[in-house]
Design a protein around this ligand. Structure first.
Ligand SMILES: *[C@@H]1O[C@H](CO)[C@@H](O)[C@H](O)[C@H]1NC(C)=O
Ligand SMILES: [Zn+2]
Length: 418
């Protein structure tokens, strides 16, 4: 016994923020950064610090996103600087380890993920510039208002969204589409170009050829572009039929205003980005199928945002998934506040403390928004499933995966019978 004990040596490394960790080891493995046990202790410690650092920066983002002021912008940029700095230090420590030779795949993967620095690879002044630009773009985009005909101060949510969903006046829709882009898009053009440059610079700092390569890396497929192309080719025949059908239906409404080149003007699809066509459900339904647009029904029943989130939660718990925690109901922002500017674009938030999960949405009582409620709550369901994982794993298996989890097949018919 004693002989073995005597033959052990103490291996130590200094981790981020000066923490000193040591393990006993056999002398033949006496390079600390090759010692898997030591690496495990290091990673556990780093994980704790990472979640604290993330929680702080996410919290500052939440405050800005739900209350756009100069002060909150400054705080948010300050916090992201702190976070980037932490990331850089942690990265420098992490890459010292010779993790490729470790046996534990779980541990190896954490090292692998953390050895890609990402945006923080930029120099400090560029990081600050990037944070500021992003915050300002967000502000412009979120606070833009326009005048349509005799009404002014119209915001994207709810005013312009409502017009796009309900108006069938070609010229009015076009005016909304154009004016909102003039107000929200044109002023951020130069900033966007700047952000793109910085993004590409960060990517090359990580050994990627440009930002798009860095974005595709998490999919871990050498053939990702071809994979997508091949999926699209499978989908295209169906998409083209739907497109032609919708064009035909829209011709019934807009007549000769419809172009003859087989395209659909983006402002006619009921959504600012022509992204979902839900608002046209009744105009597009084939034959004499009953309507599945629940907007009127919800309004008749006096549903509000809270109720929409409750039925969404029931949907998920009926599948055996996890109810929203009390903190969700306490801290989420489910309607647009009247007393301040906010970023209305719906989003789901993980605060990385295992407790705090929130949604921010300027919920309007419409079918489209009911689907969005389910979508955002789908993200929270995913957060809840992986909340006990190490921080590096508290993310989608790949960036697309989160969106697919957050896209349950909402059965609108069920809500018509409510
Ligand atoms: C919004 O932020 C400001 C700080 O810029 C603060 O004084 C104010 O109380 C906040 N409002 C709300 C409703 O949180
Ligand atoms: Zn989403």
């Amino acid at each position: 016994m004693d002989r073995i004990k005597l033959s052990l040596v103490l291996l130590c490394v200094t981790t981020i923020v000066g923490l000193f960790v040591c393990v006993e080891s056999r002398p033949q493995h006496n390079l600390p950064y090759e010692n898997e046990e030591l690496a495990r202790i290091y990673m556990k410690d780093l994980d704790k610090k990472f979640s604290q650092a993330l929680e702080e920066t996410v919290n500052a983002q939440w405050i800005y996103n739900t209350n756009i002021t100069d002060y909150n912008l400054e705080k948010m940029v300050e916090e992201s600087q702190k976070y980037y700095k932490f990331q850089k230090t942690a990265w420098k420590d992490t890459i010292l380890f010779k993790w490729e030779g470790f046996k534990d795949e779980f541990l190896k993967r954490q090292f692998k993920k953390l050895s890609v620095l990402g945006t923080a690879a930029l120099e400090d002044d560029k990081l600050e510039k990037l944070s500021l630009l992003q915050a300002k773009m967000e502000r412009t985009y979120s606070t833009a208002t326009v005048c349509i005909r005799d009404k002014c101060n119209l915001a994207l949510e709810p005013d312009l969204t409502r017009i796009l969903a309900s108006s069938r006046d070609y010229e009015e829709l076009k005016e909304v589409w154009l004016k909102w882009r003039d107000a929200a898009g044109k002023p951020i053009r130069d900033q966007y170009i700047e952000v793109t440059k910085l993004g590409n610079e960060a990517a090359t700092g990580n050994g990627f050829s440009d930002l798009s390569e860095m974005w595709l890396a998490p999919y871990e497929s050498e053939t990702f572009r071809d994979d997508v192309e091949s999926l699209w080719n499978q989908l295209r025949p169906l998409y083209q039929k739907i497109h032609a059908y919708v064009r035909m239906k829209l011709r019934d409404i807009y007549g000769d205003k419809m172009p003859k080149d087989g395209t659909i003007p983006a402002h006619l699809l009921g959504n600012m980005w022509a992204q979902t066509w839900t608002s046209l459900l009744d105009d597009l339904k084939p034959f004499d199928k009953p309507s599945i647009d629940v907007t009127k029904k919800m309004q008749e029943l006096n549903w509000d945002a809270e109720k929409m989130f409750q039925v969404s939660e029931e949907f998920f718990t009926s599948l055996g998934l996890i109810p929203m925690p009390p903190e969700f109901w306490e801290h989420s922002m489910l309607t647009k506040p009247k007393d301040r500017d906010v970023v209305c674009h719906a989003s789901a938030w993980d605060f990385y403390n295992g407790k705090d999960f929130r949604i921010k949405q300027c919920t309007d009582v419409t079918t489209e928004q009911l689907i969005t409620v389910h979508h955002e709550m789908g993200h929270v369901e995913y957060f809840l499933q992986y909340k006990n994982q190490p921080v590096v794993f508290r993310d989608g298996a790949n960036p697309g995966y989160h969106e697919s989890i957050g896209w349950p097949d909402t059965k609108l018919e069920d809500y018509l019978e409510a």
